[in-house]
Structure formats: C-alpha cells, structure tokens
Design a protein around this ligand. Structure first.
Ligand SMILES: [Zn+2]
Length: 180
C-alpha cells in the first residue's frame, strides 16, 4: 500500500493560492463561483448552531451501464455493479453571524486543499467554534480566506478599518493584520 504523504502548505503557498483564486474569480459572487466549479452550494440557516459551515463530498450511487452479452453493442443497466459519483458541496449557515463569503472561502480551502481531501474522506471539514480537530489546518483555511478577501493593507490599518473596507469580520481582519 502506498502511503499518502501530504505536505501542508506553507504561508507563502497559501498566499499564492489565494491570489490566483482572486484573479480567477474576480467580480463573481460565491454562487457563480460554485456553479462554475461544480460545487453544490447549500445554505442551511440555523440560528442556534455553533457551526458556520462545512465542506463535503456527497456520494451518489447509480446502477452501472454495462455491455449486453446477448446483444453486443447494446447496454443494460445493472445493479450488480454501481456507478459511484462524488459531488463536492459547501454548506453555509447564513445565521452564524459572519459574512457568507468568509465561510465559503474557508470551506473552499478545505474542499480543494485540506489533507482529508487527499485521503478521499467524505467529509473534509466542519467549521465550528468548538474543538477544531486540527488547529493548524483551521489556521490555513482562515489564512486563505483572509488573503482572498483582504488583498491589501495600508499603514495605520486597524481591525475596524479593514473590516469596513472589505466587509469582513473583525476576527478575519485581525488575523490578516497579524500574519502581515
Ligand atoms: Zn475549517
């Protein structure tokens, strides 16, 4: 069995990923981006939930089309063999209290780049306030969102000025100011 060696992204790589994503999706809404990347974007409003969102792959099974033995060239559907498809999905809780775009870009990072993705797990991440399994990976996802949504800082910027300029939460603005 080959072992999966996943090298986590370094800060400079995360910044580069965020910048190329920003160039690619410039001017698009998260709904348009999701559509163009075949990501199912689901909004699940829950005012009592401590979960901002999560990323997952929804598995779907269908009977497989197989070549007919009695009628060569024709196909029959068989339940004996299954056609398995994965649909990438990002689920956002719009009542969590931070901008949807922040949740989207955080989950986008998990969906595309987190190690669980490479291990083909169904669920890549649950973005919640309580007990992150991997604090480092959380930080990477937040850094990606921060660099995507806050392209530039000016001298004298504060969490308040950054959050007003870029419509992000104070926490994300603070993280962006801290890492640079
Ligand atoms: Zn996360």
């Amino acid at each position: 069995m080959p072992r999966i060696a996943f090298t986590p992204f370094r800060k400079a790589e995360i910044i580069a990923l965020a910048e190329s994503a920003r160039a690619k999706y410039h001017g698009m809404s998260i709904d348009e981006i999701a559509e163009s990347e075949h990501i199912i974007l689901i909004r699940e409003p829950d005012g009592n939930s401590k979960k901002a969102g999560y990323a997952c792959a929804i598995k779907s099974e269908a009977p497989k089309k197989i070549g007919s033995l009695s009628h060569p060239g024709k196909f029959v559907l068989s339940f004996a063999e299954k056609e398995i498809t994965y649909h990438n999905a990002i689920v956002i809780n719009p009542l969590y209290g931070i901008p949807e775009r922040e949740i989207f870009w955080h989950e986008f990072y998990h969906l595309w780049y987190s190690p669980s993705r490479q291990m083909k797990m169904d669920f890549f991440h649950q973005f919640s306030t309580g007990g992150a399994l991997d604090a480092q990976e959380e930080r990477r996802a937040n850094m990606f969102a921060a660099y995507y949504l806050i392209p530039e800082l000016e001298s004298g910027d504060t969490p308040q000025s950054v959050s007003e300029k870029y419509f992000v939460s104070d926490d994300l603005a603070r993280l962006r100011l801290r890492v640079f």
